[in-house]
Design a protein around this ligand. Sequence first.
Ligand code: HSE
Length: 443
Amino acid sequence: MIEYRNVRVALLGAGSVGSQVARLLLEQGDDFAGRAGAGLELVGIGVRDVDAPRDVDLPRELFTTDVESLIVGADIVVELIGGLEPARSYVLQALNSGADVITGNKALLASHGIELFDAAEQVGAQVYYEAAVAGAIPIIRPLRDSLAGDRVQRIMGIVNGTTNFILDRMDTDGSTLEDALATATALGYAEADPTADIEGYDAAQKAAILASLAFHTAVPLAAVHREGITSVTHDQVVAARKAGYVVKILAICERLVDDEGVEGVSARVYPALVPLSHPLAAVHGAKNAVFVEAESAGDLMFYGAGAGGVETASAVLGDLVSAARRHVIGGPGVAESTHANLPVFPIGRVSTRYQITLDVADQPGVLAEVAGVLSEHGVSVHNVEQTSGATPGVTVEGDGVATATLIIGTHRARESDLAATVAALKNATVVNSVTSVLRVEGA
Ligand code: HSE
């Protein structure tokens, strides 16, 4: 039996992920020790309430409410409390005392990442956070290490399981958004307050983390453009499938060069049309996937469980073994790389393709007038489809003039030009209504 030196691990939080981390550490600690070259000694579990019900039976003597004392003397602190405070203070205390930190706290990293990484660098410690984005899926280490010798051009991620479940239900069984959300809540995917999921806040935090890593640039959460799924209608989802697309809410991180030749990056979250032939279109239910386009490696896709206690514990424990190994080897932690320091472009400077659906008067000259509006704003038409009759979901009032539905697909256009185009279309006399504007991604 090999005798390893022990690394002291303090666990903060014993929720669905924390309790599984503790269980696996206690059950499989010998295996982990063999991989790390160090024993992983769970010295305590810091919680608010020692007697709160837990998913897993764990030795009572491990629990303490004295979190600050637990942090003192730990070599590695695993923060799985979530939220900004007291998590931020505990993480700073741990780093300032020289401990490495493992966290799954995307909100904390997206809002205070720079402060935490600076604190780690000051003392040569390291922050590990594989569990913060897309649960069990290895994506942080691939971006930070495996692709360190490549140039990531673009990431398109389905990084929120709740909203992917809702949109998938709307697509596959015709549910309304409200019904699909109720099912997501009943199945335990959605929180009691689903705002962070359906309004895209959760995905925006993950986009900030992914973009910062991929482009070696600090991307603040405030610079991430965010639109949720609450405006996605059943009619849009049905029309999308008819046209060969599926609606997915994506976190997009992109390296781009704008019209003035300036290189920058964009991080944005919105529902978009994804071609049915794209690998992301096959991501169903509450699953997550991250599609990475790299200059040399080409297209890569990382797929799996984006949430769940034991699944996310896998990512945490992988970090724990890495951190313990580093303790054995010694030397300072690897600092976050922000050397590229590229400007983060606002959404108006981003270009993509769009699909605009209009309800129009079905009479001579209408198509020409609509095409004229697009042309005036520098937006080039890629394809047009017209069907007679009102757009599904639109009630046309009025004098009996025949109506038609016009679906216009554009070439890549600048977001600000597209916004001006849509505003002008709304005012055009031949247009009864602009019934849908969706970006097309991955085409
Ligand atoms: N609420 C998230 C989701 C899980 O639905 O994917 C944790 O990020």
